[in-house]
Write a protein that binds this ligand. Structure first.
Ligand SMILES: O=C(O)C(=O)Cc1ccccc1
Length: 313
C-alpha cells in the first residue's frame, strides 16, 4: 500500500456517484483510491492523514445540501476545500436477473437518490416501499445478495453492473438535468493562488438574533461587490430556532473585495469558519463591479496612506 499522502479517499463503496466524480479529476486514476462507507469516515481519514484528500458530496440541484457534509465541516476538526467537481447524475433501477418490475416490493437507495426519483417510483412501482442505505452503490451491493430482502436498487449504471445486477428501467430521475456537486477536502494549509474564476466557502454564526442581523452579514458582501452563489441555513444544534449560514461567494480570499468582506464579517459575527477558496468547476467568469477590483482597492489604500502622511495634500 502506498503511503497516505499518495492516496485519495471518497464516499464509497466502489461505484458511488462520488467515485465517478473522483475519477473525473485529472490524475486521480493514477492514485490509490480508498472508499469510506460514510462521509464522516472519509473526512476523518483526511484529518488523521490516512489519505491526502477526500471527495464527498455537498449539494445537488434537486435535493439541496448534503447535511452530513455541511455539519461535519462546521462542527468537526478543521478541513479545507481545494476543489469542486460537478457531475450530472442519471439513475437506473436495478434488480437481480430474473426480477420483473411487477415483482419489486422493496427498493433500496441513498436518500438523495430516493428524493430525485420519487415521482417515477410512485408511478412505476407503487407497490414498493423505499428504504435508504448509506450510498447508492451500497444499495446495489445489498440487492445483489438474495438474502437481503431487497428486490431493487436505484443507483448509477456503473454500480448496478459492478454488483452483477440487471437494469429494469433507465433514466428514472424526475428531473433529468440534475447535477451533484462534490468537494475535495484536505487538511488546512496555505490557500492556492487565485485561478481567476474562484469560489470561497464559509460558515457564518450571527452574534445575536435581532432584526437586521442577517442583513448586516449579507451587507458585508453586497457593499464590496461580492456576489453570493449559495446560502443555506442550518440549525446550530444548540437551541431550537438558532441557525448558522453556509455561504459560497464568488471570488478568492486573495481578492481585495473578498478579504475586506471577510474582515467585515469577522468584526460583526460571532464566528466565521473559512472553508477554502478554490476554482469553480463551471468556470463562470465573475462580474467585477466598477470600483471593486484589486486595482481599485490598491489605489484607495495608497490614497489613504498619502492622506495619513500628508494631510491636506
Ligand atoms: O450514493 C452515492 O452514489 C453518492 O455518491 C451520493 C449521491 C447520491 C445521490 C446522488 C448523488 C450523490
Amino acid at each position: 500500500m502506498t503511503p497516505g499522502p499518495e492516496r485519495y479517499g471518497y464516499f464509497g463503496p466502489e461505484g458511488t456517484f462520488t467515485h465517478q466524480a473522483l475519477l473525473s479529476i485529472p490524475g486521480a486514476d493514477q492514485r490509490e483510491l480508498t472508499p469510506y462507507a460514510t462521509v464522516a469516515g472519509c473526512l476523518d481519514a483526511v484529518r488523521d492523514g490516512e489519505v491526502a484528500a477526500g471527495l464527498v458530496p455537498i449539494e445537488n440541484s434537486v435535493e439541496g445540501g448534503v447535511s452530513a457534509t455541511l455539519d461535519n465541516l462546521t462542527y468537526g476538526r478543521p478541513l479545507m476545500i481545494t476543489r469542486e467537481v460537478l457531475l450530472p447524475v442519471q439513475f437506473t433501477l436495478f434488480a437481480r436477473p430474473g426480477t420483473a418490475l411487477g415483482d419489486v416490493r422493496r427498493v433500496i437507495t441513498h436518500p438523495h437518490a430516493a428524493a430525485q426519483c420519487r415521482d417515477w417510483l410512485a408511478a412505476n412501482v407503487p407497490q414498493a416501499t423505499i428504504t435508504t442505505e448509506g450510498s447508492t452503490a451500497a444499495a446495489a451491493a445489498a440487492v445483489a445478495d438474495p438474502g437481503s430482502g431487497y428486490d431493487a436498487a436505484v443507483s448509477s449504471d456503473i454500480a448496478g453492473r459492478l454488483y452483477g445486477l440487471q437494469p429494469l428501467a433507465t433514466g428514472i430521475a424526475d428531473n433529468d438535468a440534475a447535477v451533484t456537486r462534490f468537494i475535495l477536502l484536505t487538511k488546512p494549509g496555505p490557500v492556492a493562488p487565485a485561478s481567476g474564476v474562484d469560489k470561497t466557502t464559509m460558515v457564518l454564526f450571527m452574534r445575536a438574533d435581532r432584526s437586521g442581523a442577517l442583513l448586516e452579514l449579507l451587507d458585508q458582501f453586497a457593499s464590496r461587490g461580492v456576489n453570493l452563489c449559495r446560502i443555506e441555513s442550518r440549525p446550530t444544534k444548540t437551541v431550537f430556532g438558532s441557525y448558522c449560514f453556509a455561504v459560497d461567494a464568488e471570488g478568492h480570499i486573495d481578492d481585495e473585495r473578498m478579504a475586506e468582506a471577510m474582515m467585515g464579517l469577522h468584526r460583526v459575527s460571532a464566528q466565521v469558519i473559512f472553508l477554502g477558496s478554490y476554482p469553480r468547476a463551471d468556470a463562470t467568469q465573475q462580474h467585477v463591479l466598477p470600483g471593486t477590483s484589486n486595482a481599485d482597492y490598491g489605489a484607495a489604500r495608497e490614497w489613504l496612506d498619502s492622506l495619513r502622511q500628508h494631510p491636506g495634500a
